[in-house]
Write a protein that binds this ligand. Sequence first.
Ligand SMILES: NC(=O)c1ccc[n+]([C@@H]2O[C@H](COP(=O)([O-])OP(=O)(O)OC[C@H]3O[C@@H](n4cnc5c(N)ncnc54)[C@H](O)[C@@H]3O)[C@@H](O)[C@H]2O)c1
Length: 441
Amino acid sequence: MAIDIKPANGKLGVLCVGLGAVSTTLITGTLMARKGLANPVGSFSQLGKMRVGRGEKKQYKHVGDIVPLTNLNDVVFGAWDVFTDNAYESALYCQVLKKEDIEPVRDELERIKPMKACFDPEYAKNLIDPSFGRVPDPLWAMPTDTRWNYAQNLRRDIQNFKKENCCDRVIVFWIASTEKYTPRNEQVHGTLAGFEAAMKADDREHLSPSMIYAYAALMEGCPFIMGAPNVCVDIPAMFELSRKQNLPIVGKDFKSGQTMMKSAMAPIFRTRLLGVEGWFSTNILGNRDGQVIEHPDNFETKRISKASSIEWILEQDEYPELYTDIYHKVKINYYPPRKDNKESWDNIDIFGWMNYPMQIKVNFLCRDSILAAPICLDLLIFTDLALRAGMSGVQEWLSFYVKKPMTYDDERPVHDLFQQFAMLKNQIRLLGGYEADQELD
Ligand SMILES: NC(=O)c1ccc[n+]([C@@H]2O[C@H](COP(=O)([O-])OP(=O)(O)OC[C@H]3O[C@@H](n4cnc5c(N)ncnc54)[C@H](O)[C@@H]3O)[C@@H](O)[C@H]2O)c1
């Protein structure tokens, strides 16, 4: 029996925290797609078909014919940023898309003007470091205030955006810079009461700006998606708040390039029981994200996120003779000439029959934001579906899209890309009133 899902009526507001490379690529592509001028390649919610039913009842349907999805025409974008650039100016600056692919939606992009950010330079030092070139001038941020007051300002921003754009519902989506690593502190992050007390005491050490956005969003009845690797909604205080408010939370860190490849390759070794001795992953990247991650405090957040996938997939505990002591190293090098066109290399040292060694090399010349944009679109379309289906808390079925899938503390994350895809499809089957199954498509 189909789960009772509210229809996708009215406008869906999407408030992007950060109006940089990924956001403007997402927005431009979405606006172009709804004019019929671009194909949303890579988006399962827009292009995907999947099997429902088994045996004689087997059918292949578009995802949108199985579950009620919001039409792209009903999506309204807004944003916050520390740069004053509107979405058109920012898209040109980021140089992901060619001018000819931006111009047809110029008017709509120009109307997306960022609201003042809740910003703490301590969390993204390189963003305002003039030695990297352009700095926000003026700094388009709310005046320095307590964490508590910031949250109240953001709540007002959300209310105003919702009203001005006649939105039925709003999703807040962190597509802003990677923040410095914020280790979990039980007193502050362990309960909602502790978190709110820390906000009132203006605890800047343990409360990052992204946590304040997430808090404001959930208090305003908006789901929150974390697209960066920040420690943010993956803390007990946010689990508590999302359940209390009956809202979905999703994260974290888009699985777009190198980690997508890793989470597709590691299952090969695991299923064939080939050993892995070492996995060296390095990247060159020249966009503003690379600039921010160049700082060791911010790189640490990304490193932890990128490092976790293969150990989980290979099940080290079950196969110590094959996967213990893997030398796994991840590096990201800021290299401005490449801009958004990231290049990654992987060298994998594996071993087979009688421990004979072999090597695999992967060289992926990708485009970071081109890979991330369809992930963003699917995340927001499916998070809205979860909202209308009354699903609250951590949305593990969306692990397919992220590098470090959020789970509750005592649950094991699923990193294998194909298992994640099966989870995604089964949740869609269930929501559409079909049986979840393990049958091959
Ligand atoms: N592109 C990918 O493939 C990919 C994959 C995984 C994760 N990500 C993450 O997505 C995020 C966005 O990447 P990008 O390439 O668009 O970066 P970007 O630097 O082009 O854009 C980020 C924007 O966020 C703004 N910002 C920073 N702090 C803010 C705050 N407190 N409030 C509001 N705005 C703020 C910056 O000014 C900037 O304009 C990064 O965290 C990145 O690590 C990207």
